[in-house]
Design a protein around this ligand. Structure first.
Ligand code: SAM
Length: 238
């Protein structure tokens, strides 16, 4: 079945590590579109080669989106179909996609999701923490606004999900401990990859765990929310 409709923008999820975490539909769509807009064409080429997908690709990332988006819209106007993919997981989740999505919608083109892996959902569902309500914070700001964001995370009663890179994970866990106290946390590292590790403990244990060896790989941090009833500014029984 031809999955692809002309003049449509597809937002296609790709694996977060394990090449087999690709849906049949994602493969069909990537085969069927006229063009793939990829965050890094070399990274995506590995996936395309694995699935024998010969569709041409161009780069689409935060540094060229201003120039690239009009070209992608032009392609849709000509009756082409375009798939957006990122290096890993779902485009738009801490990855480029939102600018082209808005542009396509403004020009009246349909935007269709092709769902699949997203690192934070995988981490949440194995965390063992409460996940009936949660908040996704993505990456904490590195400099400006970091303390303010940490302060707001500290007051959050829902489970909090953060993304972090290996070279900042130690600092982030230390600062979460300072701001939030010794809450339960889960560090999900290298999900779906050979060295996948899911560490569950308190923030103080996690900080010590990370000190023991240089952290490698990418992390999702799932942090318990502030205990109900401890909320700043609320009175008991109100
Ligand atoms: N679009 C992606 C998604 O849907 O999850 C997220 C892209 S963001 C640029 C990259 C961050 O996602 C990493 O720094 C890490 O926090 C998280 N991440 C991506 N793949 C991961 C994996 N296999 N294991 C753990 N975290 C991962």
């Amino acid at each position: 079945m031809n999955q692809v409709v002309p003049g449509t923008l597809y937002i296609v999820a790709t694996p977060i590590g394990h090449l087999q975490d690709m849906t049949h539909r994602a493969v069909e769509v990537l085969r069927g579109v006229s063009l793939i807009a990829a965050e890094d064409t070399r990274t995506t080429r590995v996936l395309l080669d694995h699935y024998g997908i010969a569709t041409p690709s161009v780069s689409y990332h935060s540094h060229n989106e201003v120039r690239r988006v009009p070209q992608l819209i032009e392609r849709l106007k000509e009756g082409g179909s375009v798939a957006v993919v990122s290096d890993a997981g779902t485009p738009g989740i801490s990855d480029p996609a939102s600018v082209v999505v808005r542009a396509a919608l403004e020009h009246g083109f349909p935007v269709v999701p092709i769902p699949g892996a997203t690192a934070f959902v995988s981490a949440l569902v194995v965390s063992g923490l409460r996940i009936d309500r949660f908040v996704f914070e993505g990456f904490l700001p590195v400099k400006k606004g970091r303390r303010t964001r940490l302060a707001s995370v500290a007051k959050e009663v829902r489970t909090i999900v953060l993304y972090e890179s290996p070279h900042r994970i130690q600092r982030t866990v230390r600062e979460l401990l300072e701001h939030c106290g010794d809450r339960r946390v889960v560090l999900a590292r290298e999900l779906t990859k050979k060295f996948e590790e899911i560490y569950r403990g308190r923030l103080s244990d996690a900080a010590a765990h990370l000190e023991r060896k240089v952290p490698r790989g990418e992390f999702v941090v799932v942090l318990e929310g502030m205990e109900e009833g401890m909320e700043a500014g609320t009175d008991d029984g109100v």
